[in-house]
Design a protein around this ligand. Sequence first.
Ligand code: PRP
Ligand code: URA
Length: 209
Amino acid sequence: MSKVYVFDHPLIQHKLTYIRDKKTGTKEFRELVDEVATLMAFEITRDMPIEEIEIETPVTIAKTKVLSGKKIAIVPILRAGIGMVDGVLKLIPAAKVGHIGLYRDPETLKPVEYYAKLPADVEERDFIIVDPMLATGGSAVEAINSLKKRGAKSIKFMCLIAAPEGVKVIQEEHPDVDIYIAALDEKLDDHGYIVPGLGDAGDRLFGTK
Ligand code: PRP
Ligand code: URA
């Protein structure tokens, strides 16, 4: 079963409070999402494998450590996921970035893929899907389906705020995908919004309605 990691670092929790606050405007919202994504990237990379190599310092020969694992790819779910990409790239600047675009069919309410572009070496990479919100879980499950269909073997899902409903759906549909969140909220409302949540992440990031 997928593990769920809640990043309760004080800096993440502090910034998340202002991300949630409806008085926070677009510019500040965008900056805060970027900062929290960086802090979350620090936590999510904690278990990256390292290996020992030998180097020569100006003083002596030393055995020191470098990253040894697979290469990373970050995949934002369009559109709101874009707001988290630069923050993660600050810590993993060599990562490749794929994109998955989903819209919700107005009749079925199910997410439909309208765009997908991934790095060529899908099977060789560790993927981190980023999206600020995990609500019903429909978008996340569809994005994971899309990566797996194209050959991805290692996937993590990272978001700011999750509803219990969304976490459950990923755990049922994709038990191999661990979930990394800044906060686990109470529930969904009748319109599929997370309560207390932060409202519509895409609209708040891009200043649209
Ligand atoms: C938001 C959010 C997630 C999705 C979560 O995107 O960024 O992708 O909703 O909801 P779910 O878990 O119920 O699928 P939205 O569909 O509003 O699109 P946008 O990013 O273009 O605003
Ligand atoms: N998508 C959002 O942007 N916000 C929510 O609360 C739920 C889905």
